[in-house]
Design a protein around this ligand. Sequence first.
Ligand code: ISJ
Length: 92
Amino acid sequence: MQDSLQQAREMINEIDAQMAELFEKRMSAVRQVLAYKRKHQLPILDASREQIVIEKGCALIQDPELKPYYEELLIKQMELSRRYQQVLLETK
Ligand SMILES: C=C(O[C@@H]1C=C(C(=O)O)C=C[C@H]1O)C(=O)O
């Protein structure tokens, strides 16, 4: 039991490390999007793009039970992305 708990948590640690790396990469791409928006005076929020991100993302999830959780994660991620863009816009 101890062993299987430890194994599962090690797997979670590895997955979290990969996700942290991907999160930084995503935010780097977000900075590039912001540079374009700044240049062309576009708003941070693009609701139609967010809908596409959600649809494409959820289509990648195999287990239907997990789809609503993943959708929530994507929504939160984009909210953070917009907050980050707002901070960059105000400070840099
Ligand atoms: C990054 C963008 O800005 C916002 C954040 C998004 C995201 O994090 O995926 C998507 C749409 C926008 O509301 C974008 O327009 O692509």
